[in-house]
Every structure is written in C-alpha cells, then in structure tokens.
Design a protein around this ligand. Structure first.
Ligand SMILES: [Mg+2]
Length: 170
C-alpha cells in the first residue's frame, strides 16, 4: 500500500507591524478610543509598496491599557475594525490582528511583547516563513518578540515616516 501526503501549502512572507507609533500617531501614553486614532501620513502608501512585493500583513500590538482599566476590549475592537476598513480600502488588507491586553502590573503573560506568543501563533496559522518576514516596530521589545523566531526587524522612530524605512524590505 502506498501513502501519499497532501501537498504542503506554500509558505508566505509577512510584515509584522506594531501599531501605535508605526501605523497611527502615538501621543505618548495610550490610544484610548477611535477619536484618538489617526493614521500616520505615509503608512498606507508604505503598505501598498510592501503588498506589491508579496507580503501579507499581521498587526501585533500590546494593549496593556486594558489590564490597567484605562480602556476596554470594545474600544480596541472599534479601533481595529476602523483600521481594517482603512486597510481594505487601501488594497492592503490586514490578514490578522493580535493584541495582548496584559500588563506586568496585573500578571505576567507570554503574549505581551517582548513575549513571542502572538507572533508564534501567526506563523503557525498562516504558514509564514520567518526567514522571509520582517517585524517593524518603534520599540526594541517589538523586534525582540519576533527575532527569537528568526524574523528580521526594522526599528523606526516613534511616529516616523514608515515609507522612509522600508527600502531594505523591498
Ligand atoms: Mg509602538
């Protein structure tokens, strides 16, 4: 008797994106509501350039303000629905969004960056090749959560022009 295994789906390459200070303006503490959420000027154009190169997009964001009681899961969902719509209209849909609601003040979590759990889940679920993928963030912990899995990183200044930092990726 012969067995044949199903063909393996092709690996894809991903851009893992931090949210605050990379996609939207980070005012310095928390983005609490949709009213405080504003897309940075070059972010959507940068995503279009990256999409043309065949990357998918995964948002990876710490939202420790939830653990602190500053805002709710619902407020985060409202922001993320809005962001998904913007990205869809831009022709650069977000394949998925992972957020960690935890913070050290209420307990340790493997998902909160620099923990790697969110990126690990995305790699497994979407069959992502880490070696061809990148993490873009404005804090070292953003890069650390992915580098441990073999994902290269790009560190940008908080609220910097994303488009100026993607040349090494394309
Ligand atoms: Mg950030």
């Amino acid at each position: 008797m012969r067995f044949s295994s199903p063909p393996k789906p092709d690996l894809c390459k991903a851009i893992f994106l931090d949210r605050d200070g990379v996609i939207n303006h980070d005012p310095g503490d928390y983005t609490r509501s949709i009213e405080e959420f504003s897309i940075l000027p070059t972010a959507l154009e940068a995503l279009r350039i990256l999409a043309e190169k065949g990357y998918i997009f995964i948002l990876i964001t710490n939202q420790g303000g939830i653990a602190k009681g500053i805002y709710s899961h619902d407020a985060v969902h409202e922001i993320h629905n809005h962001l998904r719509n913007l990205c869809n209209e831009n022709g650069t849909p977000l394949t998925d969004i992972y957020y960690s609601p935890h913070h050290e003040i209420t307990g340790l979590s493997l998902s909160r960056k620099p923990g790697s759990m969110m990126v690990e889940r995305a790699i497994a679920r979407y069959n992502i090749n880490p070696a061809e993928s990148w993490m873009i963030g404005d804090k070292q912990r953003d890069l650390d959560c992915a580098s441990v899995l073999g994902v290269q990183g790009v560190l940008i200044p908080t609220n910097g022009a994303l488009i100026d930092y993607i040349h090494s990726l394309v």
